[in-house]
Design a protein around this ligand. Sequence first.
Ligand code: NAD
Length: 475
Amino acid sequence: MVQQYSVLINGKLEKPGKWIDVVNPANEQVIGQVPDCGQEELDRAVAAARSAFKTWKNVPIDERRAVIQMISAAIKANADELMRLLTSEQGKPHAQAAGEIHGAAAMAAAQSTLTLEDEINEDSDTRLSRTRRVPVGVVGGIVPWNFPVMMAVQKIVPALLSGCTMVLKPSPFTPLATLRIVELIADEVPAGVLNVITGGDDLGPLITSHPDIDKITFTGSTATGKRVMESASKDLKRITLELGGNDASIVLPDADVKKVAEQLFWSSFTNAGQICVAAKRIYIHEDIYDELSAAIAEYARHVKVGDGAEQGTAVGPIQNKKQYERVLDLIQDAKDNGYKFLLGGDHDPSIPGYYVPITILDNPPEDARIVAEEQFGPVMPLMKFSTVEEAIQRANASDYGLAGAVWTGNPEEGVKVAEQLETGTVWVNEYLHLSPFAPFAGHKQSGFGAEYGKEGLLEFTYPQVITVKREKAMA
Ligand code: NAD
């Protein structure tokens, strides 16, 4: 029998009785079962969070910080076990899984140092006005399947640090490593402060419409994000949404072809392309297009696609069947339209597992589905441009606005281009770097609000202004 995991409600690990199977995308085998929670478990989790909030909000921030540091240390101390579990449920190769686990521990430790000071608005003879930050209350956190541990941690940390309590829901596709972390820390987090429940896609709407939840922090697709916003609007819950992207990279003619080919490859294919901030459209100046596209394809030919638990695998499977079929559909559409493939395109359906070969398209048109839509898989379109203005215009012609990158031999010029991109994050000559101290915020339909940094933390608070009238001192 496969291992059955527990959820955490009011400080107790529970196995409510109905189960969801969790599948290893590398071989389609069931590797664990997690509770299929519904309204009853959610109501108990929310009640526990509400009750714990009364105390937790008044716990000194240094004590709340210590709980987060304990969570960070527990993840780090168990990194090897968690890394293996993450690979088996998510598909990413061991090295990338280790990167996520250690990254989550480091991110939590770094963000635990953030502070929430009062600000003085006026300190005069007649008035003292001060803004303090008060936690919004009970937070519902909803997590996707591509970086399940990192995304869970980046929701737990600001919620708990700010003095909020939380009910967190991992993705039904990738809940195992998160539930294992929860098991490791359950005894050391005060009861009710953090509740973690799993369930199917019907549990999300129950959370976003729950009358006793004050804020939702959601990471997932733009389509679901809109549903979350609509549902949360009924009682004006606060929301933070981190949504989809269709990030463009612009490669200027002075870029060092040999150096950037490998970096461009990994900016698209890390985690099999299943990253919100992966480069999903690559615009290359016509002067270097042929040379660079050939260099990328040549590098890609030597990258091994396979089971992330096998040595040498650098690109794993797609995480779940639905996404696998969607990526195959985009490849089929490219074939049907006669677009040119530099690499890949053909998969072997007889092999178990959701494997998509590394696929690179050669200059498909701007209205191709593979260019216009977020592919979220190991398929990269390379496109040719003539002028920088044209590249900027094409990069910005999207409802998304998550991130982007500029590659150049002249960083100052790169910054000028970066400043014209309509996205919340732009890298010059690097990719996928997120700082624990910088806001990560999608523009346009890529999000609402910010995560990370002080701005991310403030999203879990209300400003409260206390004004005290002073009598003017008599002369
Ligand atoms: P998804 O929107 O399908 O699901 C995300 C989470 O929402 C899951 O836990 C799911 O169970 C839950 N959910 C589903 N329907 C819901 C509803 N109606 N109400 C509330 N919750 C609901 O996303 P996914 O397929 O898990 O993740 C892939 C998407 O996430 C991509 O579009 C990707 O770009 C995006 N993403 C964005 C970021 C970011 O920070 N901007 C990070 C990672 C992933």
